[in-house]
Design a protein around this ligand. Structure first.
Ligand SMILES: [Zn+2]
Length: 143
C-alpha cells in the first residue's frame, strides 16, 4: 500500500470504518513507515480535540439555546411551515454547530474571516440566521 492511499484512508482507519482487510493493510504500513505513523498520530490528536470540543466548551449551551428557540418557534406556528422547518432544522443545527465549533477555535479573529473560513459565504449564512431569528454570532462569541 502506498503512503498516499494510506493518507486517504486514514480518517476511516481512525474511525474504524474500513473493512478488516484494509484495516490490516493500513496498520501494516504504519508499522513499517514512520512518516505515516507520525501523520496518523497527529490526525488522531486532531480528531480527539474536535471530539472534546463538541462535548465541552460553551457549545452544549449554545446548542441548547438555539434548539429551544427553534422548538418555541415551531410550537408557535405549527401549521405554517412544518415541512420547511423540518428540512431547515437539521441544516441550521449543523451550520450553527459548525460555526460554534469553528468560532471556538478561531476566537479573536475577525468575524468575517470566521464565516469565510468555515466554507460558507456570508450570503449563505445570513438567511439561516434570519430564519431562526437568532442573535448574530458575534453576540454569542462575546459572552
Ligand atoms: Zn507511508
Amino acid at each position: 500500500m502506498k503512503c498516499k492511499s494510506v493518507h486517504n484512508k486514514l480518517i476511516f482507519f481512525l474511525e474504524k470504518e474500513l473493512p478488516v482487510s484494509e484495516m490490516e493493510q493500513v496498520q501494516k504500513h504504519l508499522d513499517e513507515c514512520s512518516e505515516c505513523a507520525r501523520f496518523t498520530a497527529e490526525m488522531k490528536n486532531t480528531l480527539q480535540i474536535l471530539d472534546n470540543d463538541k462535548v465541552n466548551d460553551e457549545n452544549p449551551f449554545f446548542y441548547t439555546r438555539v434548539k429551544e428557540r427553534i422548538a418555541k418557534q415551531a410550537e408557535e406556528q405549527p401549521a405554517v411551515r412544518p415541512v420547511l422547518v423540518r428540512i431547515l432544522q437539521p441544516v441550521a443545527f449543523s451550520i450553527l454547530l459548525l460555526l460554534g465549533v469553528y468560532g471556538g477555535f478561531k476566537l479573536g479573529q475577525a468575524p468575517k474571516a470566521n464565516i469565510a473560513g468555515s466554507g460558507f459565504t456570508e450570503q449563505e449564512v445570513i438567511p439561516y440566521w434570519n430564519e431562526l431569528e437568532a442573535e448574530p454570532i458575534e453576540a454569542f462569541l462575546m459572552k
